[in-house]
Ligand binder design. Structure first.
Ligand code: NAD
Length: 319
């Protein structure tokens, strides 16, 4: 990314909001950063602390603000809301977080009507759908962070298992960012070789039996990892902080990068009117295009099942 002029506002400056802010500063990806939270005192402390990192990165103006300060933001990132407690699943947070969005969205519309919105608050697919309804802007500008983090978790775990740089593992987790998500094993590759054909050519093949045993085990570890981290340290934030920074870079730098984010699904495998994750081309217009990857029958069924889980929750909460 060249010299940046980007203005970003963050609503919700807890664990996730601040890890994201720190990542953006370290990567020198933002010129103006506005931090908004109901806990003004804490945010003022965060701003002082962050400002002391600027001499080691590059010029940036960081303020603890109100909604009027967000005017002219290229990107607004929303992480405000309840996070999961131990044993809770993401869908348990719907009611409280919808109430919060009903309060904050009118203020975002008034002060920053054209910016791209990146929704992070869980359950992210439901919250992105609700934000889209409340946002008064085209749906390509309203994006959920979706399964970007889950896909990073899968790459990281596969990298460990296969002894390969995680950036060279080409795979996605798709669907809900939650319990019904699925791995797109059939179109995943390492070095141009489909996963299913990789084991016979792997120099470490004696050490594992990928297709038969390990695939399910790795997927379950990935799916359960948020629960495990929350059990141990109460929150997850490093992985999501950098996932958000990468999504932001694609948007702010008009990169046309492909990332698995949560978007409005219209007429894909008979699924309509839910937000969930598919690979999308991202640039300064938000979502340029949703890509429908090749899926086998099992994956298509998982995609539809995931959509059904989300639709049921949207109906139940009348969103
Ligand atoms: P946190 O409690 O540390 O931070 C939430 C912040 O929101 C707090 O600072 C709180 O004061 C603020 N807030 C609450 N109501 C507000 C309002 N009306 N206006 C402005 N600010 C408000 O929680 P966290 O760990 O940072 O998690 C934040 C959210 O992100 C949760 O919903 C969590 O589940 C979600 N999350 C999503 C992903 C993902 O992949 N999408 C990953 C991790 C966490």
């Amino acid at each position: 990314m060249g010299e940046t002029t980007a203005k970003v506002s963050i609503i919700g400056c807890g664990n996730v909001g601040m890890r994201y802010a720190y990542a953006m500063i370290i990567k020198n990806m933002v010129r103006e950063l506005v931090l908004i939270d109901i806990d003004m005192d804490r945010v003022m402390g965060e701003v002082m602390d962050l400002n002391h990192s600027i001499p080691f990165t590059g010029p940036a103006s960081i303020i603890a603000g109100g909604y009027s300060d967000m005017e002219g933001s290229d990107l607004v990132v929303i992480t405000a809301g309840k996070n999961q407690g131990p044993g809770q699943n993401r869908l348990d947070l719907i009611k409280e977080n919808i109430d919060i969005f009903q309060k904050i969205m009118p203020q975002i519309n008034e002060n920053s009507p054209d910016s791209v919105l990146l929704i992070v608050t869980n359950p992210v697919d439901i919250m992105a759908y609700a934000a889209n309804k409340l946002s008064l802007r085209p749906h390509n500008l309203v994006i959920g962070s979706g399964t970007t983090l889950d896909s990073a978790r899968l790459k990281s775990r596969m990298a460990e298992h296969c002894g390969i740089d995680a950036r060279d593992i080409h795979t996605y987790i798709l669907g809900e960012h939650g319990d019904s998500e699925f791995a797109l094993w059939s179109s995943s590759t390492i070095g141009g070789v489909p996963f299913k054909d990789y084991c016979p050519v792997c120099d470490r093949r004696k050490e594992c039996d990928f297709d038969i045993n390990i695939k399910g085990e790795i997927f379950n570890q990935v799916k359960e990892s948020a629960y495990e981290i929350i059990e141990k340290k109460k929150e997850t934030s490093y992985g999501i902080g950098l996932s958000l920074a990468r999504i932001s870079e694609a948007i702010l730098d008009n990169q046309n990068s492909i990332m698995p984010v949560s978007v409005l699904i219209e007429d894909i495998f008979d699924v309509n009117d839910v937000y969930l994750s598919l690979p999308c081309i991202l640039n300064s217009d938000g979502v340029r295009q949703v890509i429908v990857p090749l899926m086998d029958e099992k994956e298509k069924k998982s995609f539809k099942d995931s959509a059904a889980v989300l639709r049921k929750n949207l109906d139940q909460f009348d969103i």
